[in-house]
Each structure stands twice: as C-alpha cells, then as structure tokens.
Write a protein that binds this ligand. Structure first.
Ligand code: NAP
Length: 295
C-alpha cells in the first residue's frame, strides 16, 4: 500500500513558515508582502479560487486585495488596472484569475503583468527563465509538485518521470523544472499527450508519474508498475447522488486501485491542490524579497 503524500498538511507547514517570516517583518516594523487578485466576471469556480487565495493571504499576515471587474469589462480597462498595480509599491504580486472572457486576450494580459510581480509564473520572461534554469517565479502547481517530492525525500536524480499532459500551466513547466541539472530535479523526463493512444507503453516505465490530463480516473492499476510514485494533478467532477452537491471530485488516477501498487500517491482532493495556493503565497513572498523596497 502506498504512502499518502499529504498536500494539505505540507501546504499548512509552508503557510506556517511564511507566517513566521511575516510576523518577524511586522515586529521589525517593516512592510509586509501584498497580493492583488483580479477577478473578471462571475465564474463560480474562479470566485471560489479567488476567495481561498485571499483568505490564505490574510491568514498568514499578507496584504490582500481583490479587484472584481464585470464580465463585460473592456480589455483596455483591465490592462490599465494591471499597469496601475505594476507601479503600486504595496503589492508585490499580481494575479489575474484565468480563464478570462473570450473578448479579452489572456496572453496580452499575462504579458502586461510586470514579470517581477507575476506570481503565477506565466509571463514569457519567467517561462524562459525556468527553461534555462534561472531562479525565477515558477508556475504554482508545478512548483508545488516539485516541493512535495522534495519534502517527502523522493529522489528524482536519474529517475524516469512520465508527465501526462502538455499544458502551459502544468505539464510543460513541471517537465522543465524536473529536467534541470539541479538538486531536486535532474530527472529523465518524458511528456505524453493525446497523440499517444497507448499511454501504458510510457507509464509502465515510470519511476514517477505526473498525471495532468483532466480525465476522471483515466489511469488504472494495469497501467502502473509496482513502486511508482504517483502524483495526480487532475481535478474532475463525477456525478455522485450520495453527496449533497450531487458530485464529487476525483483525480486522473483510479486512486482506489493504483494506491495498492504505488510507493507514494497524492490523493484528490488533498494532494497537489492545496500546494498550489501555498506556492502562490511563497511566490508572493519571493516577489516581495526581490522588490527593491521590500527588504
Ligand atoms: P489541459 O490544458 O486541458 O491539458 C490537458 C492535457 O492532457 C493536454 O496536453 C492533453 O493533450 C492531455 N490529454 C488529455 N487527454 C489525454 C489522453 N487521453 N491521453 C494523453 N494525453 C491526454 O489541462 P491542465 O490545465 O493542464 O489541467 C490538467 C488537470 O489538472 C485538470 O483536471 C485541471 O483541473 C487540473 N489542475 C489542477 C491544479 C491543481 O491545483 N491541483 C492546477 C491546474 C490544473 P493534448 O495537448 O494533445 O490535447
């Protein structure tokens, strides 16, 4: 039976570490890190993400502000607001909650954020720095995965990591983080995507599997070999009449059966998910430390 990788507990530890750092800043009379989150429209999932991000900031003593804009806001208006926060010395991190309405270019918005304040790590400058192995602001979910491996002392050097999914927010950055010639990385990485019809061919050779597909329970026990470390990034809703909401959240991995073969496994919920917010806070703290007046 696999050892459970407890993302909730690890995220709480990271938050506690950051809280202590912020408390010492406060006791020295220094400015605290600040995060502004910009939410466009009323997508319920986005609203709930933004609320948890803001709540987490406040819990650890960070300054938090949420800007709520209407669904019909013009792109130019959003870009102007970003520009305002690029100059605002109280806020070291800017996060625009995605997805955005179709009339707004996400890429333009991402590129409008000062890379030094880009705590989502999506700006091409930060993506490029990640790729060439420079210390930078990393995308939060991939950063959280690497941190989980590190905190559970799971070796990566020379290990075969199979990433299923090649999105810009999970698959590609986690693969690029793990392939770097660095401690806590240095892995042999394979990226799979939907052009491969027989994923087992790759997954059966994995020491570490990172599933980021968005397909409920897709990866079954037959596809995984004994002793694999399984990191499940997927967040999928499946109907469940026995719950009050009528659905429950599951990952991309058939947890119940795969945990019998894996050496380590992340649950969904409670695995990678909570780490994403913890790493956002860590990035905001990092952005603050990098900021000229933030010391
Ligand atoms: P995405 O942009 O939809 O990308 C999914 C990737 O999976 C694509 O590269 C796709 O291949 C690949 N894929 C889909 N079906 C496949 C199949 N049958 N075989 C092989 N590859 C397949 O999704 P994402 O944004 O990366 O998110 C992935 C999952 O992680 C979602 O469930 C999302 O909700 C979750 N997520 C969780 C967190 C967290 O904090 N825990 C954060 C972000 C995302 P193609 O490129 O060929 O289409």
């Amino acid at each position: 039976m696999a050892i459970l990788i407890d993302g909730k507990k690890t995220a709480a530890e990271i938050k506690e570490e950051l809280k202590k750092e912020i408390q010492s800043l406060i006791s020295e009379g220094k400015q605290v890190p600040g995060l502004v989150t910009i939410l466009v429209g009323e997508n319920p999932a986005s609203q709930s993400y933004v609320t948890s991000k803001s709540k987490s900031c406040i819990e650890i003593g960070m300054l938090s502000k949420v800007e709520r804009l209407s669904e019909s806001v013009r792109e130019a208006e959003l870009l102007k607001l970003i520009e305002q926060y690029n100059k605002d010395e109280s806020y070291h991190g800017i996060l625009v909650q995605l997805p955005l309405p179709a009339h707004i270019s996400e890429q333009k918005v991402i590129e409008a954020i000062d890379p030094k304040k880009d705590v989502d790590g999506f700006h091409p400058i930060n993506v490029g720095n990640l790729l060439i192995g420079n210390k930078t602001l990393y995308p939060c979910t991939p950063y959280g995965i690497v941190e989980l491996l590190k905190r559970y002392n799971i070796p990566t050097t020379g290990k075969h990591v199979v990433v299923v999914g090649r999105s810009n927010i999970v698959g590609k950055p986690v693969a690029n983080l793990l392939v770097q010639k660095k401690e806590g990385a240095n892995a042999i990485v394979t990226i799979c995507h939907s052009a491969e019809k027989d994923l087992s061919k790759y997954i059966l050779t994995a020491d570490i599997l990172i599933a980021a597909m968005g397909k409920a329970n897709f990866i079954t026990a037959e596809m995984v070999r004994e002793g694999t470390v399984v990191i499940d990034v997927g967040i999928n809703r499946v109907q469940d009449k026995n719950t009050a909401k009528g659905y429950r959240i599951v990952g991309d991995v058939d947890f119940e059966n795969v945990e019998k073969k894996a050496s380590y496994i992340t649950p969904v919920p409670g695995g990678v998910g909570p780490m994403t917010i913890a790493m956002l806070l860590k990035n905001t703290f990092q952005a603050y430390q990098n900021y000229p007046t933030g010391k």
